[in-house]
Design a protein around this ligand. Structure first.
Ligand SMILES: O=C(O)CCC(=O)C(=O)O
Length: 267
């Protein structure tokens, strides 16, 4: 089965050994510095709200004294192997939407919760369900330490919820969003591997089996009006940086999406 068939059938694919050790080391070096800055600035929320992720790691505020690292980071993420695999898997032009870093909540004081990513957006669940087949929103997870860190419900990217899944996701009728759900798979990854999964399939993290987690997720996809408005141009390369990125297609398309969104807002 090829990558496209695997993804269409299951909603995810695991690409083994896509990154070399030295690439993971370079990504880790940059991510650790950003994560350290973010933790200092967000210590209170990290503890009080039991945060499990941060986002927008490419924002210029993380590169004030390290401008060369921003270009290096864009180049590392859009590696030739990964951009080619994504193109081969989706058969579509892919744009770069954002980045997130996933880690365990402070002192593991929170349970992982099942969700579809747009569940926390203002977009109504019925609209999400109706548009599901027209959307391609992806996470490309680059684990920086080995993890059994994410649990997925295969095929939930091509259908909407069963009654139980709905009750659990929205904590209805006495259910809680951390209850076990049938047919889930827990994905095991080593540094160098990449997990690509649909952001709109039902998924949750796993904290208990992982003493430490540090997974860089690239949020990628095919442009769609429901999500294009969430793209923050501040996280994209400048025109000058773009010229120095080897595989710049994700970023070039992102800049077009951003420019069109602004033009439509003004128009
Ligand atoms: O790894 C996690 O904690 C959850 C992952 C997740 O929710 C996501 O990637 O959208």
């Amino acid at each position: 089965m090829d990558l496209g068939q695997q993804f269409e059938g299951q909603g995810y694919v695991v690409l083994n050994k896509i990154f070399e050790k030295n690439e993971i080391d370079q990504i880790t070096h940059i991510v650790d510095r950003i994560y350290g800055q973010w933790r200092e600035e967000n210590h209170h929320a990290l503890v009080e709200q039991q945060l499990i992720n941060m986002h927008s790691l490419t924002h210029p505020k993380y590169f004030a004294d390290h401008s060369h690292e921003r270009l290096q980071f864009f180049n590392l993420m859009a590696s030739a192997k990964l951009t080619e695999a994504l193109e081969c898997m989706s058969g579509r032009e892919i744009y770069f939407h954002n980045t997130q870093l996933f880690f365990n909540p402070y002192q593991n004081g929170k349970q992982p919760y099942w969700h579809r990513d747009l569940q926390y957006s203002p977009i109504d669940d019925a609209v999400q369900a109706a548009e599901q087949h027209n959307m391609l929103s992806l996470h490309a997870r680059i684990p920086l330490v080995a993890e059994k860190g994410v649990e997925l419900i295969p095929k939930s990217h091509i259908r909407w919820d069963t009654a139980l899944e709905r009750n659990v996701r929205f904590e209805l009728n006495g259910h809680q969003n951390h209850e076990s759900l049938p047919d889930s798979v827990l994905i095991e990854l080593e540094p160098g591997d990449v997990l690509i999964f649909s952001a709109q399939m039902i998924h949750r993290g796993n904290y208990a089996l992982n003493p430490v987690r540090k997974a860089l997720d690239l949020c990628l996809g095919s442009p769609h009006p429901l999500v294009s408005g969430f793209l923050d141009a501040a996280g994209l390369p400048s025109d000058q940086e773009l010229e120095q990125i080897d595989n710049h297609q994700w970023y070039t398309l992102a800049k077009c999406v951003s420019a069109n969104t602004v033009a439509n807002t003004i128009g």
